[in-house]
Design a protein around this ligand. Structure first.
Ligand SMILES: Nc1ncnc2c1ncn2[C@@H]1O[C@H](COP(=O)(O)OP(=O)(O)OP(=O)(O)O)[C@@H](O)[C@H]1O
Ligand SMILES: [Mg+2]
Length: 232
């Protein structure tokens, strides 16, 4: 049984049809890259998985149980966490307060020290307010807040966006470590090379349709296709 099964979902913004019969499988312990041009439907796919948007038709199963149409907090309780593009750090709270708050609803959240072991930079910044953090530090905090809930599946929406190359390398290292620990991750990224370097499998969306499913190696073997759908 797959950890997450997305079965022919259709998602709309009002009248606007955004996802067309999108199907995906995420197996335990794999990193899957979800790629595609601007407006392809990547964020909408993650939001539909997380329950932020309800699919109009189709099914989503997590550990075999249907979750399509459940509210995000219930889906979170089942073990899914979305790290949204906008990060949603609470600017008035310190790093440590953001971490503790994220774990409040959990029976066994990570203690802050476990976060600092993984992200030493956040340990150095534990007393700083969210709004005082750099973009890279905010992204680390956003990922840390998801991790303290010990999710079975982490959905990352453009974690490297707007960050300097050196910071991207840092975060890539952290993502690789998460993958090596056997965590299951779906990563959406415009930085295709970074995403493919992490992933065992990838999907490409185009205009709300899945147009590719395969390994990064197979995808790299078709440069014309990559150029057409990813612009690189
Ligand atoms: N709030 C919204 N209201 C109406 N249409 C929307 C809304 N958000 C997204 N869309 C439309 O849904 C489609 C998919 O958008 P989505 O944000 O999922 O794409 P994306 O692949 O994440 O793009 P990007 O790379 O720019 O983040 C696009 O046509 C977009 O214009
Ligand atoms: Mg997006």
């Amino acid at each position: 049984m797959s950890l997450l099964e997305v079965d022919a979902i259709n998602t709309f913004y009002g009248e606007a049809h955004a996802l067309f019969d999108v199907s995906m499988r995420i197996e335990p312990h794999e990193v899957v890259a979800l790629l595609g041009r601007n407006g392809a439907g990547k964020t909408t796919t993650l939001k539909t998985m997380m329950g932020v948007m309800a699919p109009k038709s189709g099914a989503i199963r997590f550990n075999g149980a249907p979750i399509g149409g459940l509210p995000p907090y219930k889906i979170a309780r089942l073990g899914l966490q979305l790290v949204p593009e906008e990060r949603r750090i609470i600017g008035g709270l310190t790093v440590e307060e953001n971490i503790v708050l994220a774990g409040l609803s959990e029976p066994k959240p990570w203690p802050p020290q476990r976060v600092y072991d993984m992200f030493p930079r956040l340990g150095e910044r534990r007393r700083s307010r969210g709004r005082e953090l750099s973009g890279g530090e905010q992204q680390m905090l956003a990922i840390a807040r998801a991790l303290v809930r010990e999710p079975q599946l982490i959905l990352l929406d453009e974690p490297f966006e707007g960050l300097a190359p050196l910071i991207v390398q840092d975060l890539l290292g952290i993502c690789r470590r998460l993958a090596d620990e056997g965590r299951t991750i779906v990563i959406v990224e415009q930085n295709v090379e970074a995403a493919l370097s992490l992933a065992q499998r990838c999907y490409i969306l185009n205009n709300g349709h899945v147009v590719y499913e395969g390994t990064p190696g197979d995808l790299r073997g078709d440069p014309d296709f990559m150029h057409r759908h990813l612009g690189i």
